[in-house]
Write a protein that binds this ligand. Structure first.
Ligand code: F6P
Length: 341
């Protein structure tokens, strides 16, 4: 078989480890591998690159994706979808392994229905794909964010300030909540829970009253901000609002300062979370998911996604995985709140 491999959507650490594992395992089965550059854009435009053992052997520690990525949605225009289907034929692709979150894998599900054989691999730093306990990229992103909290704590303590750290997370608060727990923060705001600014500010005042002269709040960029002016904010090819433009961290810092009188600053971690070398967890997870995906291709298990469930690598239905987001359960948020003193 000739198998195309692509990475779509927001990049994250671990993609190269997954590419490496897929290529190595497909070569074991004597299949040919070809890289499709820049996600679905590459399939529309027929952009490919060779993927050999030599190309992938040493990339496990590299962040980003050697194939490049894009947020191109070929389902938006009929002519782009036609180009994709024609290029699958022209390039002689027998199957495509797509690595991505719900948007990228949603395209894979549709192509599968149109006769192109696809297998998915779950990646997103947001960790919000269903049917898998974790997606790779998440652990590295949280590690970067926790390092930021540790640094913010130093400066917050020196100046007796409140520091707000805004982290990524479109619809799910996994990154914010894990960062708050692992960073020992004093408050967390996640998209799953409507923000109660009074509750947060009362709590921050309580922290001060018990003698701690500073505090740290971690907020997901995707939280509801009823008072904020969201007009004029851009959207991407999948119709998602560019969340960073909403200025969640800045908004919260101003609210906290005016409501409590505590000097407050905000920091936006942004794309720093998406770069750098993957953690051990992400390297191992990406490798295991990649090996499984290659085995699924070889076994003819198409329309499926490799996944991790209870530490076992399994094959799951890709359409089910994209049909609803895996959000933070309220019990986990409540558990984290036990530590906000
Ligand atoms: O890939 C997911 C994500 O990192 C979200 O958390 C974030 O909102 C978005 O991507 C940012 O996308 P872009 O890199 O296109 O600005």
């Amino acid at each position: 078989m000739k198998v195309g491999i692509l990475t779509g959507g927001g990049d994250c650490p671990g993609l190269n480890a997954a590419i490496r594992a897929v290529v190595m395992r497909l070569l074991d089965y004597d299949h040919e591998t070809v890289g499709i550059s820049r996600g679905w854009l590459g399939l529309i435009e027929g952009l490919t690159e060779p993927l050999t053992l030599e190309r992938v052997d040493e990339i496990i520690s590299e962040g980003g994706t050697i194939l490049g990525s894009s947020r191109t949605n070929p389902l938006k225009k009929d002519e782009e979808l036609d180009k994709c289907l024609n290029n699958v034929k022209r390039l002689g692709l027998d199957a495509i392994v797509a690595m991505g979150g719900d948007d990228t894998l949603g395209v894979a599900v549709n192509l599968q229905k149109l006769g192109t054989k696809t297998v998915g691999i779950p990646k997103t730093m947001d960790n919000d794909l269903a049917e898998t306990d974790y997606t790779f990229g998440f652990d590295t992103a949280v590690s970067v964010a926790v390092d930021a909290v540790d640094r913010l704590r130093d400066t917050a303590r020196s100046h007796q300030r409140v520091m707000v750290l805004e982290v990524m997370g479109r619809h799910a608060g996994w990154v914010a909540l894990y960062t708050a727990i692992a960073g020992g923060a004093d408050w967390a705001l996640i998209p799953e829970v409507t923000p109660d600014l009074d509750e947060m500010c009362n709590h921050l005042a309580k922290v001060r009253a018990r003698g701690k002269p500073y505090s740290i709040a971690v907020a997901s960029e995707g939280i509801d901000l009823p008072q904020a002016d969201e007009e004029g904010i851009s959207v991407d090819a999948f119709g998602h609002v560019i969340l960073r433009e909403r200025g969640v961290g800045d908004f919260l810092a101003k609210e906290i300062e005016s409501r409590t009188g505590f000097e407050t600053r905000s920091a936006v971690l942004g794309h720093i979370q998406r770069g750098g070398s993957p953690t051990v967890f992400d390297r191992v997870l990406a490798t295991r998911l990649g090996l499984k995906a290659a085995e699924m291709v070889n076994a003819g298990e198409f329309g499926k996604m490799s996944a991790i469930q209870a530490n076992q690598i399994v094959s799951v239905d890709m359409e089910r995985a994209i049909s609803e987001l895996k959000t933070v359960p309220i019990e986990l948020y409540e558990e984290a709140k036990l530590l906000f003193r």
